[in-house]
Design a protein around this ligand. Structure first.
Ligand code: G1P
Ligand code: ZN
Length: 573
């Protein structure tokens, strides 16, 4: 163990450091690798947000920044010593270099076995799958999800726990606390490790296993879905367009949809992962997946369209002339679980994040299963999934998932929809129409006000909070406020409380507005305004029109003109 080794002070080019000779009594490796202890200073800004630590790439690349955060993980997760760790990322700029640094730090921190996706690649869902399959003590995922990448873009690091899911708040809080006091980190003094040759290598006594990033994940998908039925659907000429947005899902979608299920070559577009995602914004929505949307609109175009994000955990589902909003998608998936081999007859419950529409609640009610409402962020589903309280879950932000892993899963959602279509031979539009006719329709939209000064973001939330007590009964146009509160969540499994999770305002006509500040941005503040109205009939309007009065009320209620100088959103989804 490193602690039992003899210390030798040494001056390094990174400041005064100390060198440790590993396994002093043992025969040294042929490379004579040594553990170096580097003196460092704490950074005050390493508090993980909704989904890990996200910063501008340049910020992450400043000396010691990545290393401090990684060492804070090792210092607070003793189970990794002598254990197994998984590392991989979405292929964005700095992914490869960071993987090498983490591998050398893992070796210096006593990790016994490190599983690395070839080339440092692993989608977020695949990382979760690998952590669970190989009983790892945790995983480090390198991604800033759907945020742009490249030298000028964003980078991120997420720590996932042994259950394969995002570390719970208690763990991220401990890592953050450690990052505030850290004064040294450990790293193996070795050359860049080989992360491209599959197989097992030795790195300073640690077993470094380079694994195929796709195969374990593909095995899992095969075990959940009716692959022969989907293969038959494709063989019958059903055409799909999958937009990988030059991000991580390209290799996964090609292997599963094209090679295994027989969809024609070219089904996957933008399938080559690029360090800057081709300059695009790898966010699967109607604005950023423009080519996909255009392909679906073409005369004689594909029947089904889908896209995934930077790290492969988000999804968007389209049909010809149809768009399944993520909230509706979750509801449709639950209502059709009986057609999916992996879920038929075994859905124990469902969960959605608070701002996600209540469409799924109606289905759960009819099925007689519980529906949990959690704060935003996938980490809140982990306990419910581990305890078997829920089987499916989702968020309005293009995230859907289940108990097969502990992350949301983009390609899984696409296969789920394809399995429903293969089993029932209906179109996306027909599925949605049928669903709305049966359960009513929750018109839904999210309006994002980006790049606000942090002060303005805080002021808006403070203003809303201050008005909460006097809101009930207030008239806004033709709408009357029925109830208003600030969402606080008590985890039903461990009793932990997460407060201040968003302001909710419900109206007497079955509509509501939710306000919260984003926890994933890397500069300024982003205000998210979620708007929803349940309509039993008619059901074929444009959400922006159906919700126009609510949208106007949301701007007035938050006093956006006075507090932020804005009345229209930057991004509408
Ligand atoms: C956003 C989404 C949230 C999702 C998270 C990570 O977080 O709103 O649902 O879990 O990204 O993908 P936010 O920026 O709103 O904090
Ligand atoms: Zn993502």
């Amino acid at each position: 163990m490193p602690g039992s080794s003899r210390l030798q002070p040494e001056t390094t080019n990174e400041g005064v450091g100390i060198i440790l000779r590993k396994h002093e009594d043992e025969q040294l490796d042929k490379q004579d690798e040594q553990i170096r202890i580097i003196a460092t200073q704490a950074f005050a800004d390493q508090k993980p947000g909704t989904s890990g630590l996200r910063k501008k790439t340049a910020h992450f690349r400043q000396p010691h920044y990545l290393e401090n955060f990684i060492q804070s993980i090792f210092d607070t997760q003793p189970a990794l010593q002598g254990g197994t760790l998984v590392v991989g990322g979405d292929g964005r700029f700095f992914n490869r270099e960071a993987t090498g640094i983490i591998a050398r730090m893992a070796a210096a921190n006593g990790v016994r076995r490190l599983l690395v996706g070839r080339g440092g690649l692993l989608s977020t869902p695949a990382a979760s799958c690998v952590i669970r399959k190989y009983a790892a003590g945790g995983g480090i995922i390198l991604s800033a999800s759907h945020n742009p990448g490249g030298e000028q873009g964003d980078f991120g690091v997420k720590f996932n726990a042994a259950n394969g899911g995002p570390a719970p708040e208690s763990v991220t809080a401990a890592i953050h606390a450690r990052s505030l006091e850290i004064d040294q980190y450990r790293i193996l003094d070795a050359a860049e490790p080989d992360i491209d040759t599959p197989g097992t290598h030795s790195l300073g006594g640690m077993q470094l296993e380079v694994i195929d990033p796709v195969s374990d994940y593909a095995d899992l998908m095969r075990s959940l879905f009716d692959f022969p039925a989907i293969r038959a659907l494709f063989a019958g000429g059903f055409r799909v367009c999958f937009d990988a947005m030059h991000a991580i899902t390209g290799p996964y979608a090609r292997a599963i949809l094209e090679q295994e299920l027989g969809a024609p070559a070219g089904t996957v577009i933008h399938g080559e992962p690029l360090e800057d995602f081709g300059g695009g914004h790898p966010d699967p929505n109607l604005v950023h997946a423009r080519e996909l949307v255009a392909a679906l609109a073409e005369e004689g175009g594909p029947e089904f369209g889908a896209a995934s994000d930077g790290d492969g955990d988000r999804n968007m589902i389209l049909g010809r002339g149809a768009y399944a909003s993520p909230s509706d998608s979750l509801a449709v998936m639950l209502a059709n679980a009986g057609h999916i081999p992996g879920y038929a007859g075994r859905v124990s419950g469902v969960a959605r994040s608070m701002p996600t529409s209540t469409a799924v609640d109606r289905v759960a009610q009819e099925l007689g299963i519980p529906c949990y409402e959690t704060p935003t962020g996938w980490k809140f589903f982990g306990n419910l999934l581990d305890a078997g309280k829920i089987t499916l879950c989702g968020e309005e932000s293009f995230g859907t998932g289940a108990d097969h892993i502990r992350e949301k899963d983009g390609l899984w959602a696409v296969l789920y929809w394809l399995n429903i279509i293969a089993a029932r031979r209906v179109s996306v539009a027909e599925l949605l129409d049928e669903h709305w006719a049966r359960f009513g329709r929750n018109y839904y939209t999210r309006h994002d006000f980006e790049g606000l000064p942090e002060e303005a973001g805080r002021a808006i939330m403070e203003h809303l909070r201050a008005g909460l007590n006097s809101l009930t009964g207030r008239q806004l146009g033709t709408l009357t406020v029925q109830h208003a509160d600030e969402f606080s969540y008590t985890d039903p499994v461990d009793g932990s409380v997460s407060s201040a999770q968003g302001i909710r305002v419900a109206f007497d006509d079955d509509s509501r507005i939710v306000y919260r500040l984003s926890g994933t941005g890397t500069s300024g503040a982003t205000l998210r305004v979620y708007l929803e109205r349940r309509v039993v009939s008619p059901r074929d309007g444009d959400p922006q029109q159906v919700l126009a009065d609510l949208i106007a009320a949301s701007v007035d209620l938050a006093d956006l003109q006075a507090l932020a100088g804005r009345t229209t959103a930057d991004v509408v989804t």
